[in-house]
Design a protein around this ligand. Structure first.
Ligand code: MG
Length: 409
């Protein structure tokens, strides 16, 4: 057996209005398509579906037909489709959809009726309903056990408490033997029945309706807060960022104007050569600050602390590192590691290495194992080999988390 699906998209969805700027829920754009298209995709993935009938409010018919042509052109569902105008009530829309199929459409002996405000129904559920029809039922509906206790309320007071075990919350797709459903709709017109689902019409006609297991995820978009279901608050992945810094300071000659005593990583090396610098001359912290700025695309320290600025004269380089670190935090980044290398012929770094490492860890608020310090010479080559200056390089790793606010401390 095969079946057509009637996809109902004619409702006004008034309760959603405030969350959608008045757009009816079936037209909410989700993953670059209106919500109703996602139901069409689901049905196209069930092999026994023979075709689709889209039902739109008369005022939307023309525009949505044009949009469906565009959607089909981009993604052919491989199914014939029809478009019909809906009516004032849901049951009027279903009746119009049935009329579009009867009596000569191939494979239309069975129909599934689906509310397109249920975009999360799966092909598995569609197949389960079809299985029920294939087994001989003339009406099959999915239902899930209710977890809330349900009260019958009359004029604000509880009138009855039905036993929960026998209750089911009913979903779509609802599947039917099409002539049986069409006859029930004709009788509803004649008798003036108003119902909220098609199974209720079969019930009133005394026809049995089979209940199969529904899907807990098959929610019906109803209230403004249901918009969250389309945009679940999944944490964004944290992305690592690597920053690189490099700096060189010249050693001061005998007649230099304002030589600075050597500092590396905030630690004084009193027996090292004097250096020329505008700040306190800490080449390692300068490289580190640039690496921090590198992580957060913050430019370089020369832009933040220009050496033409008298305020930077003799400035403690820990202040520069602190500023770079705060800029990194301001961009929702958390520093996780740094690897530092001092390149110089003199002085020997090893006696001071642990003190420098501890001080850098303190400045960066990192655990000691997250700070590495290396030192090397350049084998007597170049300006470091000639003892004309010292250089330092720094690599820092930070984690960028969009969903995390302040990450400082
Ligand atoms: Mg410098």
């Amino acid at each position: 057996m095969r079946a057509w699906a009637i996809l109902l998209a004619a409702g006004t969805g008034s309760r959603m209005g405030e969350a959608t700027n008045g757009v009816a829920k079936q037209f909410i754009m989700w993953k670059n398509a209106p919500l109703y298209w996602h139901s069409a995709l689901t049905y196209s993935r069930a092999a026994r579906i023979a075709g689709l009938v889209f039902v739109f409010a008369p005022e939307n018919l023309e525009a949505e037909t044009a949009r469906l042509r565009t959607l089909y052109a981009a993604h052919d569902l491989g199914l014939p489709w029809k478009v019909v105008a809906g009516g004032a009530l849901r049951q009027d829309s279903v009746r119009n959809g049935l009329a579009a199929l009867a009596p000569h459409t191939a494979d239309a002996a069975y129909v599934l009726i689906h509310d397109t405000a249920r975009p999360f129904a799966t092909p598995t559920l569609v197949n389960r309903v079809l299985d029920g029809l294939g087994a001989g039922a003339c009406g099959v509906i999915p239902g899930i056990a209710v977890t809330d206790t349900i009260k019958v309320v009359h004029e604000g007071r509880v009138a009855a408490t039905p036993e929960r075990a026998g209750l089911r919350a009913v979903q779509t797709p609802q599947g039917f033997h099409a002539p049986t459903l069409a006859a029930a709709h004709e009788r509803a017109v004649a008798e003036g029945w108003v119902v909220t689902d098609d199974a209720a019409l079969l019930e009133r006609c005394g026809e049995p309706v089979l209940v199969v297991e529904g899907e807990p995820g098959n929610h019906k978009m109803t209230n403004p807060e249901d918009m969250d279901m389309l945009h679940p608050h999944t944490p964004e992945p944290c992305v690592p960022r690597v920053g690189f810094g490099y700096d060189v300071h010249r050693f001061a000659g005998k007649d230099a104007a304002s030589p600075r005593p050597m500092r590396l990583g905030g630690v004084s090396l009193p027996h090292g050569p004097m250096v020329l610098a505008h700040s306190d001359g800490d080449v390692l912290l300068h490289a580190l600050a640039d690496a921090l700025l590198g992580c957060c695309a913050g430019g370089d320290i020369g832009r933040i602390f220009p050496d033409t600025d008298p305020a930077c004269e003799g400035m403690h380089s820990a202040v520069i590192v602190e500023e770079a670190l705060s800029r990194l935090h301001a961009q929702n980044m958390r520093l996780v590691h740094t690897d530092l290398t001092v390149i110089t012929q003199t002085p020997k770094i090893a006696p001071h290495a642990e003190e420098i490492r501890r001080n850098v860890a303190r400045l960066l608020r990192l655990p000691l194992p997250s700070v590495n310090l290396k030192a090397t010479t350049e084998e007597g080559l170049g300006f470091t080999g000639a003892k004309e200056g010292i250089k330092a390089v720094a690599v820092t790793t930070a984690i960028h988390c969009n969903n995390t606010k302040a990450m400082a401390d």
